[in-house]
Design a protein around this ligand. Structure first.
Ligand code: F6R
Length: 364
């Protein structure tokens, strides 16, 4: 049932504050991550020395964000790979490595094949972050953390992605606690997590503005998304969403790579979508934006007000709530979902059932 919404995708975008709460529920206290959420055997957390994350598509993008979190908070090496590559190569597995899969459906053929292969490779244990309790991936993994997003009908993943990020944040902090994260820092991160549903609601309040921005996109044939740090995987996810449902060719680059090639694409016909985090990379990103502006590129900036980009000429600005940097990738995802949704509606594509795509890719 779509309720008041025209498409399942929009209904699912609007469910995010609620399902992110459901994902956090019972997994954090006022001050701590509750490691019991990984089941009775949470002892594995203290033995982890490396993490290998394997997934496909949108789930892979969630994994890319987690690499930044795990290496930053826990100081442990973390690699992320698409399942269709992982399963067909010889993988070197260091001692005490956690094998972590991400899947909305738990039925993705390549991810399942990767898990089956991994079980022969001597990993410490296997953990699935998944939305479907009865899925094959959950059944075949030693440990599970469910995302609790509820059924997702729209083919383009929205709430499944942001709840995967939420579950990954819980997991990253849990691993970090065993690797020297102070109780004070843990409490700070947990408090940030507790405010996440409210920030996601705030981000949704830009919907009417984003609809106006989307009108200007409908006649474009290409778009370039830029981000740095955890915003780079979010740029990839934003460009995937735009491709999937509006059929506009979109690419994403780490902003620092611009000069190494993609800058050649920039002219008056190329909209640039910049995801601007509010951290010490802000000035570097601003100088990347100047490079684009100097070549006549049309700039669409998603940032909080205090970045001082809201009054710049030649910039179409969309406000994103100012949040603790750990939450930025989750909160910045919301306006990009809304952007691709509204562009698709203007173009008249089949939002919930994009051409050529299936919700669950059970064949390779
Ligand atoms: C894109 C999308 C896909 C899936 C991918 C993996 O919006 O939904 O890229 O993320 O097919 O699916 P799961 O997460 O079910 O393994």
């Amino acid at each position: 049932d779509k309720g008041e919404f025209r498409h399942y995708m929009m209904k699912e975008i609007y469910e995010q504050p609620k399902v992110i709460s459901a994902c956090l529920d019972g997994r954090i206290s006022e001050t701590k991550v509750l490691t019991s959420c990984f089941g009775a055997e949470s002892g594995f957390l203290k033995d982890i020395e490396n993490v290998h994350i394997v997934a496909c598509g949108t789930s892979y993008h969630a994994g890319m964000v987690a690499k930044y979190w795990i290496e930053d908070l826990a100081g442990l090496p973390c690699s992320v790979e698409v399942a269709s590559e992982y399963r067909y190569r010889k993988v070197a597995v260091p001692k005490n490595t956690l094998f972590l899969t991400l899947s909305q459906s738990g039925e993705t053929a390549d991810t399942l094949a990767a898990l089956r292969m991994a079980k022969e490779l001597g990993y410490l244990t296997t953990l699935a972050i998944c939305n479907v309790p009865s899925s094959t991936l959950v059944r075949e993994s030693a440990l599970t953390l469910l995302t609790n997003a509820g059924p997702e009908i729209g083919v383009a993943s929205t709430k499944a992605f942001t709840t995967q990020l939420t579950a990954l944040l819980i997991t990253s902090v849990a691993i970090a606690v065993e690797n020297g994260l102070s109780a004070e820092k843990e409490q700070e991160l947990v408090q940030a997590m507790r405010s996440l549903p409210a920030y996601v609601s705030d981000a949704l309040s830009q919907d009417a503005h984003i609809k106006v921005v989307a009108d200007r996109f409908a006649n474009k044939h290409n778009a370039l998304f830029l981000g740095r740090g955890t915003m780079f995987p979010i740029a990839l996810e934003g460009s995937l969403k735009l491709k999937e449902i509006s059929y506009i060719h979109a690419e994403a680059y780490p902003a620092g790579e611009l000069k190494h090639g993609p800058l050649a694409l920039v002219d008056e016909d190329m909209p640039i979508i910049a995801l601007v985090p509010h951290n010490d990379m802000l000035d570097k990103l601003k100088s990347n934006l100047q490079e684009v502006a100097a070549r006549g590129g049309e700039l669409y900036v998603f940032a909080d007000k205090d970045t001082d980009l809201n009054n710049e000429e030649n910039i179409t600005f969309t406000e994103v709530p100012k949040v603790d940097s750990i939450l930025e990738p989750i909160v910045h995802t919301i306006p990009l979902q809304l952007l691709s949704y509204h562009v698709a509606v203007v173009k008249g594509t089949d939002v919930d059932q994009p051409r050529n795509l299936a919700k669950s890719v059970t064949v390779e």
